[in-house]
Each structure stands twice: as C-alpha cells, then as structure tokens.
Ligand binder design. Structure first.
Ligand code: HEM
Length: 169
C-alpha cells in the first residue's frame, strides 16, 4: 500500500463534507431567495439579502469548488475510470448549472435596479432532487453500465487528425 492510498479516506471525507455543504446550500438558497420580498420590512429585507449573498459567496460556492476538486483527485487516487463515474459527472454538470442559475437569480433579485422576483422554490427544488438522487444512486450502487451499447466510433480510437494545427513536440 503506497502512502497515496492512505490519503483516500481523508480526501473522501473532505469530498463528502463539502458536497453536503454544497447540496444543502443549493436546497436552502431558493428558499432564502423566495423571502426577498420588500413587504417584510427594510431591516428584515437587508438581513435576508446579506445572509443569502454571504451564504452563496463564502460557503456554497467554495464548497462546490472543493467538492469538485476533491472528487477529481479521488478519480486518480482510486483509479475509477468507469461508466458510472462518467454518468455521475453528467449529473454533476446539472448541479453546476443549477448553482449558476441561483447566482443569476441572486444578482437579478438583490443587485439589479427595478422590481425582480425570485421564482417560487417548489419546482426548482423538485428538479434539484433529480441530479442529487441520480448521483447518490450511481456513486453508492456503482452499477455496471459497461453493457450499455454505444456506437463503435465512441468506443475505439479512429486515428483521425484534429481539424486544426497542433504544436509539434
Ligand atoms: C466533479 C464532481 C465530482 C467528482 C469528480 C466525483 C468523484 C468521486 C470519486 C472518484 C469518488 C470515489 C469513488 C470510489 O471510491 O469508488 C467519489 C465518492 C463519492 N462521491 Fe463524488 N464526485 C463528484 C461530485 C459528487 C457529488 C455532487 C456528489 C453528491 C451529490 C457526490 C457523492 C459522492 C459520495 C457519496 C461518495 C462516496 C461513495 C463511496 O465511497 O462509496 N460526488 N466521488
């Protein structure tokens, strides 16, 4: 066992801890954004606005970056180059899209001039459940997806040239 193997539990603990923070933030932020209503009064509005801004910038976004970075390190430490992992990464891309969308709504609701309202949180949160549950199913069950038929051109190198010049070594 090399010393790198000893790192796996620590990196995995970091990965799981950070994705718990990331995903719980993704669930909490749409609920917090829905409270951006001037009718709640100026001081409450200022408080929820500040809390949402700091939650997104200081906690949820750094947690996302660390979760993705530690997951990328785990790929190489554990040498998992399997189909379930690539399927998982597809769903992670949906999580990242959701994260970016929250940032967009946050800026629109709290930073731009004029009246902007956050969407009701029900549908976004229901949609968020799809990638989260899919990722957890894939990573915990690690199903053997190698049997899924893929076109031949996706499964073997075709030896073609890139359509642009690349520097010679
Ligand atoms: C780019 C982002 C990500 C990458 C590259 C990544 C990669 C990995 C890798 C390589 C492992 C180790 C698997 C093994 O030891 O067999 C792992 C573990 C895990 N990942 Fe991720 N992951 C990412 C994001 C996520 C997200 C967003 C979630 C949940 C919503 C998640 C949930 C988990 C869990 C629960 C484990 C522990 C599974 C186990 O030890 O059996 N990951 N991840």
């Amino acid at each position: 066992m090399s010393w790198l193997d000893g790192l796996v539990p620590h990196v995995k603990a970091l990965h799981v801890g950070m994705l718990l923070l990331w995903c719980s933030g993704l669930f909490a932020l749409p609920l917090m954004l829905a409270r951006h209503d001037p009718a709640i009064g100026q001081s409450d509005y200022a408080r929820i606005r500040r809390a949402t801004h700091y939650a997104y910038t200081l906690f949820v976004t750094p947690a996302a970056v660390i979760a993705i970075a530690s997951g990328t390190i785990l790929i190489f430490l554990r040498e998992v180059f399997e189909v379930w992992l690539f399927a998982k990464l597809g769903f992670v891309a949906l999580l990242v899209t959701f994260h970016v969308w929250i940032g967009y709504v946050l800026v629109a609701v709290a930073e731009r001039e004029g009246a902007h309202h956050a969407p009701a949180p029900g549908l976004p949160l229901a949609l968020l459940m799809v990638p989260v549950l899919a990722i957890l199913t894939l990573v915990l069950a690690k199903p053997d997806l190698a049997e899924i038929p893929v076109p031949g051109w996706l499964a073997e190198p075709l030896g073609r040239q890139l359509p642009f010049d690349v520097p010679r070594r």
